[in-house]
Design a binder for this molecule. Structure first.
Ligand code: SAM
Ligand code: DTB
Ligand code: SF4
Length: 333
């Protein structure tokens, strides 16, 4: 089976030649890799909660939460623990297997570590995988979050290193890589991806995948977002990227990251069921469930049930992986 074990020595040219094949060859290869590495129907479902919204000092040109732009999002305080737990219970009841708490922070402050740690422990106790996205980390913080029960840290590279400086000026690509290294060293799994539709060229999308492929080991989750244009941000009027371009990016990620969850992330709200089905068939095996992302809408339970019935991916990531593991133990006897 070609491309079935993770590689960290991809060249940009190799990734480009995969990305630019005819769509049927590309999707065919992606499905071959998916079948070799994942049980049928595996679909990981994460649910987001914004635990601290808005007022962020960073100037990420896509973001509703940046204090630099006049958007409809108001700054709020850190959410109380009981509200977080109530949201986690609802997420679990709705079929999510991972709960991701996001904060509009440039970086995590030491004074907030115990509060976030308590949220992580409480969410874990509900039987959910835990994920947080809290901005940059200082030494020792990832260890404290890990000790509280953190499974994943989300910190996106967003685009190529070259294009990054046109989207964000208040931090560098190396700052992002540094935080990712800190989380990894603490034994936390990584969720790292990017956004399509920010005015970047195809070469930047390929550059993003190339940067992600150099992370060793690969991020266990790779979220691919379609830009949700936010009124008042510099990217609020960006023309939408095509769904076929999303399919190319997702299929290429499936091939380059054979063992990672590749998430069809933000942007589903504006897509038809058929468009979303194409992106699942292109190799995505993870979605955000629930009717909200952080500050914008997501399709929600009814539309998702209809989508999952249509493609026949009804089992959650955990259940499917567990069944597959048991089956391989039985087969090995
Ligand atoms: N402040 C933290 C950070 O920047 O890492 C965490 C929250 S931030 C909202 C998480 C990620 O959401 C960003 O890195 C970006 O990739 C994605 N994101 C933010 N706004 C988006 C938008 N309008 N459309 C698509 N993705 C977006
Ligand atoms: C990711 O890659 N996408 C999520 C999550 N990781 C944190 C965030 C999407 C945000 C979309 C815009 C909003 O709702 O504010
Ligand atoms: Fe702040 Fe994160 Fe939004 Fe950037 S993406 S402005 S760091 S909340």
């Amino acid at each position: 089976m070609p491309f079935d074990s993770p590689r960290h020595d991809w060249t940009k040219d190799e990734i480009q030649s995969i990305y630019e094949q005819s769509l049927d060859t590309l999707v065919g290869q992606a499905l071959e890799v998916k079948r070799a590495n994942w049980p049928d129907g595996a679909l990981q479902k994460s649910q987001l909660l914004s635990i601290k919204t808005g007022g962020c000092p960073e100037d990420c040109g896509y973001c509703s939460q940046s204090a630099h732009f006049d958007t409809d999002v108001d700054a709020e305080k850190l959410m109380p623990l009981d509200e977080v737990v109530a949201a986690a219970k609802r997420a679990k009841a709705g079929g999510a297997d991972r709960f991701c708490m996001g904060a509009g922070w440039r970086s995590l402050k030491d004074r907030d570590v115990p509060k976030v740690a308590a949220m992580i422990s409480a969410v874990k106790a509900e039987g959910l995988e835990t994920c947080v996205t809290l901005g940059m980390l200082e030494d020792g913080q990832a260890e404290a979050l890990k000790a509280a029960g953190l499974d994943y840290y989300n910190h996106n590279l967003d685009t190529s290193a070259e294009y990054y400086t046109t989207v964000v000026t208040t931090r560098t690509y190396d700052d992002r890589l540094d935080t990712l290294a800190k989380a990894r060293e603490a034994g936390v799994k990584l969720c790292v991806g990017g956004i399509l539709g920010m005015g970047e060229r195809r070469a930047d999308r390929i550059g993003l995948i190339h940067e992600l492929s150099k992370l060793t080991p690969h991020p266990e989750s790779v979220p691919i977002n379609m830009l949700v244009p936010i009124k008042g941000t510099p990217l609020g009027e960006s023309p939408a990227v095509s769904v076929t371009e999303m399919a190319r990016a997702i299929a290429t990620c499936r091939i380059v990251f054979p063992k990672s969850w590749v998430r069809l992330s933000a942007g589903r709200e504006g897509m038809s069921e058929g468009e979303q089905a194409l992106l699942l068939l292109a190799g995505a095996n993870s979605i955000f469930v629930g009717d909200r992302l952080l500050t914008t809408d997501n399709p929600g339970e009814d539309r998702d049930q209809s989508l999952l019935d249509a493609v026949g991916f009804e089992a959650s990531g955990h259940d499917v992986m567990e069944r597959s593991h048991k089956k391989s133990l039985i087969d090995a006897r």
